[in-house]
Design a protein around this ligand. Sequence first.
Ligand code: FES
Length: 323
Amino acid sequence: MRFAIDWQDARLRATRDLAADIRLFEIEPANPAKPPAPGSHISVTVTIDGQTDARCYSLIGVAEDGAYRIAVKRLKESRGGSAYMWSLAPGARLRISEPQNLFELTLGRPDYLLIAGGIGVTPIHGMAMTLAARGAKLRMLYACRQRAELAFADELRERLGDRLETYVDEEGQRMDLAAAIDGLDPDGELYLCGPIGLMEAARRQWRQSGRPMERLRFESFGNSGRFAPEAFTVRIPRLGKTITVPDNRSMLDALEAAGVELLSDCRRGECGLCAVDILAVEGEVDHRDVFFSDGQKAENHRLCACVSRVAGGGVTIDTARRD
Ligand code: FES
């Protein structure tokens, strides 16, 4: 059960490769494009194994020429969405939503720290550009595995100058999260988007700093875990069902396709609405959400079905609890 989305027709106008495995898509909506606020995204329907699904992508720029722009990273371990997007050629017909914003930028703060990891740069890019244009005080830290993966780095450097710091993992460069958070004005805000390891480390550091959690805003993308995605089995004794989750679909998608009703909203491990009770595990739960704390993940009592997976077997769950 998902909150309603108003879908519209759209056409892929053009594509352009931005960096290794990162491609920009220019999409013309049937309705006039609305200038998206920083942090906005659109949903795009994709076809995976013959079934229609949806993926959310952050919007780049302000659609001044009538086209929405998204950047999609081609993932070797994709659940299928990125592979589908990369298969599209200009002229392709799409279904997209209007822009939505679950990652709003609050203007008027005395200081901003922006942290992006990998393709998490997409929402942070718009925030950096907006804040820089308004003359706001900001610092942006941007990490990726390889230098060739640094999308938008030239454009960001041109606008931000030395307020942009890039970190390349394979060159041994690491962010000093503690120092970055220490250096932020006490009334400043942190905006964060990246893989789960970076998100958890930054959130942990923020909590340790004693700063108010509401000054930390984040958006995740739920595709990075401790294990490569593999098929696993979900048993639901109360419903008498056993369902196989393929390696390229989420557990939530597989359960819904099997007729199991679950609440969901963000579908990227943030809101916790899709959480189910774990009754037994064969193998290891790969928690990929940012909703549960480290302690809750270690307890292994619940998991977010939209992003989390199981490696090495399967899981027995109950879907009844709602709190
Ligand atoms: S739907 Fe939001 S965490 Fe799963």
